[in-house]
Design a protein around this ligand. Structure first.
Ligand SMILES: *[C@@H]1O[C@H](CO)[C@@H](O)[C@H](O)[C@H]1NC(C)=O
Ligand SMILES: *[C@@H]1O[C@H](CO)[C@@H](O)[C@H](O)[C@H]1NC(C)=O
Ligand SMILES: *[C@@H]1O[C@H](CO)[C@@H](O)[C@H](O)[C@H]1NC(C)=O
Ligand SMILES: *[C@@H]1O[C@H](CO)[C@@H](O)[C@H](O)[C@H]1NC(C)=O
Ligand SMILES: *[C@@H]1O[C@H](CO)[C@@H](O)[C@H](O)[C@H]1NC(C)=O
Ligand SMILES: *[C@@H]1O[C@H](CO)[C@@H](O)[C@H](O)[C@H]1NC(C)=O
Length: 258
């Protein structure tokens, strides 16, 4: 059977550049670029290069390994001579580019291209107590979680079962708040705020202390105006009475939106 010339040329082109694979790494992390070699190949030559002029950055030829050819990658490359995979350590933004690997096993000559993208990991969100009010039954807490990253989703996890909690979102999309009630049996509750996007996530934990009124005031300063609540606790509870939850929500919303 005779193939038309055009078809033959296409097949050759496909064979030369098998794929443009995309790999994603994070700033400061290590990333491994897969060579795409078949495990059965006995690789005799591995050549990793960058730029259109094929500047070699890591090579293995005639059993000689060379990974410090280019100063900007010096000390940051390791080449696996069995798989042909190249690992770049301590990624920086300038490492994001196209990499070419030339493999020469006994018979197959293969060129693969890998596009490396470098991203920044999500930063840990910041959690803080924005309001805290102790009652005889327990404690109302208003917690806020904010992130320096854009376009992240917030979620809260509570490590203790049966904690009453209400999620509240801030309109700016950069923070989330949680209103929770801890009864007197629920101590040392860990609240975890997680920010996530479709690639990554980051969390911070906060274990708020609630003043239950049975211990002397704590020596460390608390991040809310506790002394006022101390002095006026009973009056405060009396005035707010049955509307306690409601008024607290309003206080909370007020301090949160301020
Ligand atoms: C990155 O590679 C270096 C050198 O091999 C190693 O010490 C370090 O633990 C690696 N870092 C990560 C996050 O795997
Ligand atoms: C791989 O190739 C090298 C050089 O041609 C040869 O010395 C070695 O024995 C081969 N190894 C295997 C497992 O085929
Ligand atoms: C290859 O290209 C890069 C960037 O375009 C340049 O910095 C480098 O000097 C060139 N190398 C050679 C050997 O021409
Ligand atoms: C506190 O909450 C737990 C779980 O809902 C419940 O079992 C317990 O009876 C509550 N304690 C008080 C004093 O309300
Ligand atoms: C949580 O509530 C469920 C049902 O109300 C109850 O069976 C369970 O014992 C509670 N857990 C705790 C730790 O109080
Ligand atoms: C958060 O990222 C880790 C890996 O970094 C992953 O194991 C975990 O499943 C992720 N969690 C969520 C909720 O996406």
């Amino acid at each position: 059977m005779k193939l038309p010339l055009v078809v033959v040329l296409l097949i050759i082109q496909v064979a030369l550049v098998e794929s443009l694979k995309e790999v994603c790494g994070y700033l400061g992390d290590n990333v491994t670029l897969p060579s795409g070699a078949d495990p059965s190949w006995n690789l005799t030559t591995i050549e990793w290069s960058i730029f259109s002029n094929d500047t070699w950055i890591a090579t293995y030829r005639g059993e000689k390994l060379s990974v410090n050819r280019v100063s900007r990658y010096e000390g940051r490359l390791s080449l696996n001579i069995i798989t042909g995979d190249l690992t770049i350590h301590n990624l920086n933004a300038g490492d994001a580019r196209e990499y070419t690997v030339d493999l020469s096993p006994k018979k197959h000559d293969t060129v693969n291209k890998i596009m490396l993208r470098v991203r920044q990991r999500l930063q840990k969100p910041t959690t803080k107590i924005i309001t805290s009010t102790a009652t005889k039954e327990g404690c109302w807490l208003g917690l806020q979680c904010s992130s320096a990253d854009k376009d992240v989703e917030f979620s809260w996890q509570i490590d203790t079962p049966n904690v009453t909690a209400f999620n509240m979102w801030d309109s700016n999309g950069r923070s989330s708040a949680l209103l929770a009630f801890l009864n007197t049996t629920q101590k040392h509750v860990r609240f975890t705020c997680t920010t996530s996007n479709n690639r990554d996530n980051a969390s911070s934990v906060i274990t708020p202390k609630c003043d239950d009124g049975e211990h002397p005031p704590q020596p460390e300063p608390l991040p809310f105006p506790q002394p006022i609540l101390h002095r006026n606790r009973y009056a405060f509870i009396f005035i707010t009475g049955g509307f306690f939850g409601c008024s607290l929500t309003m206080i909370f919303i007020h301090s949160f939106l301020r």
